[in-house]
Ligand binder design. Structure first.
Ligand code: NAI
Ligand code: MG
Length: 825
């Protein structure tokens, strides 16, 4: 018999299994065959039946169906039918529904935790203490947004039926992250859980039915990637929200391109975990345990790349190995284990494949001696050292319990290494030197930065990525925007403003009958017929409008690379000048110039940017009459309307100058011992496609909006009326805008915009035309997963910028980085 004294000497853990009974009852001991939850009813459909098993011991948990196109169709129809009533309920009633859901998750938290743990393989301790309470927290938080949405988001409305596709790593939590904000904003939902973990979503559907959530508001269709793809293709879906692998995210970007469906993507990561010599090393070791071994490392923001300062590497790794020896791997329902099972055989093989490749590349793979159960898909915590920087084990998301360790010497090197990845989801910084931490935090390109902490999440703080980690945020006010769109017809409402009315009334009759250049003229004049110097010679001093314009690249006027230009006709059909026909090379030069300017401009203060924009506005104002004359001549609008547009342009630049030092971030109230700074950061290089509606105001206002938030711009002039935008170059030239910060291209949009859309060094597209090319551009953007904004709602009226339009431009021009810093007690 074991004496108490012996037990104290070894301090070994005995098994402490959580009871399985409650779940067994709900699952009918594995006999249950689940249906889809559509329109408030359980619907079998014709999909094939599949089993879901516990990865910890292989026991059968239940069966469910892979939804067919027809099932998806039915679910979307049910969601569409439920939409009007759900919206008519109003914010308060929706708030009460969300509150009830939160309460029910809490009341049934034990069942949820056990089901989650069995289905996914995660440690019951994590399911119980993290997944389920956070899911409830999301419904509480968003019950609040439902209550406040009408007053906090004026001018916005729900997008409609939302399709949501979630992964298997945090099944209920990901459901909560998606369903809560969607319902709070007044949308209805069709959600597809992952094929290896459908159970908690089905349990949630049961709860929703019991609490009286109206039929059709939430629909759950189970299935695999094919079911998910059917949802992304469905015309009745107004928005897709996806969390999963970057590859599938890219596929979804392409599948939704040109459909007008809104899109948010939360994708993979290879997040740096940076330990400086000034860190509390023991705390950092505990951080690593949470950072990379939480949920067996199957966490999108896992701190899977350890960057440790060379001077403390040995010490750090020694302590880490000692700690790893004590990590217990065991059955998910054992309350005293640290790590459970890998989700399935495929994922385990994938992880082992990374380890094999790493070994082949010369890396050292170290694992502790502690036993790992034989049955089930288990892997021990793993440390990889000495891997070359190019090895896939260093560059790719492993999504398993594997930490890759690299070293750095200086903080600058740490930042360079941290950013040496396609991803940008999260980062952890460990140092007792707060100045150092706060110096490094802004330099790391990631949506979330944790200082002396890691893997903290909360409903009040938006979560999401930079770069190939996706776009859009989940949680907080930031996340609510993803489920809202400007009220339809806001352009028309805004256009009711007096100056705009004058402009529009004046413009409408003339645009219809505007003479266009003949096709052979559009094709451009060949250089041999009309060399640039020859076209330059056409300048008629008596008529300043009749000049050959140039591109504006890197702060210099440039002839187009191809040497071609496009003759322009004025509204009466008389030739009035030539504009350069930009090509791919010009685009690349402009993007390169922008990339050089991006860092310095992004680092300027709001105060400096404001001054520069005011000066630009002043110069524009001086020449307002000149612009009005050109506008009137080339577009045919009345002089009054043209003058109104020129003055609207000046006003808009003033507006964005004003906001340059006022569009502040926030401090979120997250319920830990910390504060979370939500910092607005520039997106980077914004490629802007100007429309024909307001060739002067549209071009300069969009550029000013981008610049005010620290972005640099490559703007493509209106295809039909490019002359006025090219004349803006003279104003830009005399302002203090640094070279490359603004670049102006002209030509045939089909020839230049696709190159911008596909360019890896462009961070965002703003398309104010909204035509077929916009859709193509969305597809091309999938390469580096740049953010794309096509103003299909017509939210922006450049002739009279509404508050809503201004707010939208500022929001699109920034991305939020949430920095978590320990604070208080
Ligand atoms: P996945 O991206 O294939 O699956 C995620 C979800 O998307 C599932 O619900 C799946 O059914 C669905 N899906 C798959 N193909 C689809 C398509 N063409 N259209 C619409 N929906 C589709 O991820 P998978 O295969 O389960 O895991 C592979 C790797 O992806 C992991 O090793 C990990 O690196 C990464 N991953 C990252 C996640 C994250 O949160 N960042 C989550 C899950 C996986
Ligand atoms: Mg897959």
């Amino acid at each position: 018999m074991t004496q108490v004294r012996d037990a104290f000497q070894t301090l070994d853990y005995g098994p402490a299994p959580e009871s399985h009974e409650l779940a067994a009852e709900w699952l009918h001991s594995g006999e249950r065959v689940f249906a889809h939850y559509i329109g408030g009813r359980w619907t079998d459909g014709d999909g094939t039946v599949h089993q879901t098993r516990c990865p910890g011991d292989g026991q059968l948990l239940g069966s469910f169906r892979y939804g067919t196109d027809e099932d998806v169709d039915q679910a979307v129809a049910a969601a569409a039918e439920a939409l009007p009533e759900w919206q008519a309920l109003g914010g308060h009633a929706r708030s009460r529904h969300l509150y009830r859901l939160a309460r029910q998750i809490q009341k049934r938290s034990r069942l949820f935790a056990v089901v989650e743990s069995l289905d996914n393989g995660k440690a019951i301790r994590e399911a119980r203490d993290l997944d389920i309470p956070l899911a409830a927290r999301h419904f509480y938080h968003h019950a609040g947004w439902a209550q406040l949405a009408a007053t906090e988001f004026p001018g916005y409305e729900p997008v409609g039926v939302v399709g949501q596709i979630i992964p298997w790593n945090f099944p209920l939590l990901m459901l909560a992250w998606k369903v809560a904000p969607a319902l709070a904003a007044g949308n209805t939902v069709v959600l597809k859980p992952a094929e290896c973990t459908p159970l908690s979503a089905l349990l949630f559907a049961e709860v929703a039915r019991e609490t009286g959530l109206p039929p059709g508001v939430l629909n759950i269709v189970t299935g695999d990637g094919a079911t998910g793809a059917a949802l992304t293709r469905h015309d009745g879906v107004a928005k897709i929200a996806f969390t999963g692998s970057t590859d599938v995210g890219r596929e979804i970007r392409r599948a939704t391109a040109g459909t007008g469906r809104h899109l948010s993507l939360e994708l993979g990561g290879k997040s740096p975990f940076v330990v400086f010599e000034s860190a509390d090393l023991d705390a950092a070791v505990e951080g690593i345990v949470d950072g990379v071994w939480l949920n067996q490392g199957q966490v999108c923001c896992a701190g899977s790349r350890l960057l440790v300062q060379e001077s403390v590497e040995q010490e750090m790794l020694d302590r880490l190995r000692a700690r790893m020896e004590r990590i217990r791997v065991g059955h998910p329902l054992d309350k005293s284990i640290d790590m459970g099972a890998i989700v399935d055989a495929t994922q385990k093989e994938r992880i082992e494949g990374f380890l094999a490749a790493g070994t082949e590349d010369g890396a050292t793979i170290w694992q502790p001696d502690a036993a790992v159960p034989e049955d089930g898909f288990f892997l021990p915590p793993t440390l990889c050292t000495g891997a070359p920087a190019s090895s896939t084990i260093v560059t790719d998301e492993i999504f398993g319990p594997v930490l890759v360790s690299l070293t750095f010497r200086t903080p600058a090197e740490a930042v360079a290494l941290a950013n040496d990845t396609r991803y940008g989801l999260a980062a952890s910084i460990w140092t007792e030197d707060l100045s150092l931490a706060l110096d490094v935090a802004p330099a790391i390109k990631a949506g979330t930065v944790w200082v002396n902490c890691t893997n903290l999440f909360d409903a009040a703080s938006g979560f999401g990525g930079y770069r190939e980690s996706g776009f859009g945020r989940e949680g907080g006010r930031e996340g609510m925007w993803e489920y809202l769109k400007p009220v339809a017809g806001s352009r028309r409402e805004a256009a009711a403003a007096p100056t705009a009315e004058a402009a529009d009334v004046a413009r409408e009759p003339s645009t219809g009958s505007l003479p266009r250049p003949a096709p052979e003229q559009l094709a451009g004049s060949a250089p041999e017929e009309l060399p640039p110097s020859a076209t330059g010679g056409r300048d008629a001093p008596s008529d300043p409008i009749d000049r050959t314009r140039k591109l504006w690249i890197g702060g210099r006027q440039k002839r187009p690379d191809g040497g071609y230009s496009i003759p322009q006709l004025d509204a009466r059909g008389t030739p009035c000048g030539e504009v350069p026909r930009g090509n791919r090379k010009d685009v690349r030069n402009a993007v390169e110039a922008a990339a050089k300017a991006r860092g310095p401009w992004g680092a300027t203060t709001g105060h400096l940017r404001a001054q520069i924009l005011y000066f630009l506005a002043e110069n524009l104002a001086v020449r307002a009459d000149e612009f009005a004359a050109t506008l009137s001549r080339v577009t045919g609008v009345s002089e009054a309307a043209a003058s109104a547009e020129a003055h609207a342009a000046v006003q808009a630049v003033f507006t964005f100058a004003a906001w340059a030092d006022k569009y502040d971030g926030q401090v979120h109230s997250t319920p830990f011992r910390n504060v979370t700074f939500a910092m607005n950061e520039p997106v980077g290089t914004v490629a802007i496609r100007s429309g024909d509606a307001a060739p002067v105001a549209g071009t300069i206002a969009s550029v000013a909006a981008a610049l005010s938030q620290g972005n640099v711009a490559v703007v493509v002039a209106s295809e039909r009326f490019p002359l006025p935008a090219l004349d803006l170059v003279q104003v830009l030239e005399t302002s203090d805008i640094p070279p490359g910060t603004v670049n102006v291209l002209s030509g045939i949009h089909d020839e230049v915009f696709p190159t911008l859309a596909a360019h890896d060094d462009v961070d965002q597209l703003w398309d104010f035309v909204a035509d077929d090319l916009s859709g193509r551009a969305e597809g091309l953007s999938a390469g580096n997963l740049k953010r794309v904004w096509v103003d299909r709602e017509g939210a922006i009226n450049w002739l009279a910028l509404s508050d809503l339009a201004t707010g939208m431009l500022l929001r699109k021009g920034t991305r939020v980085k949430n920095i978590w810093v320990p604070y208080g007690v």
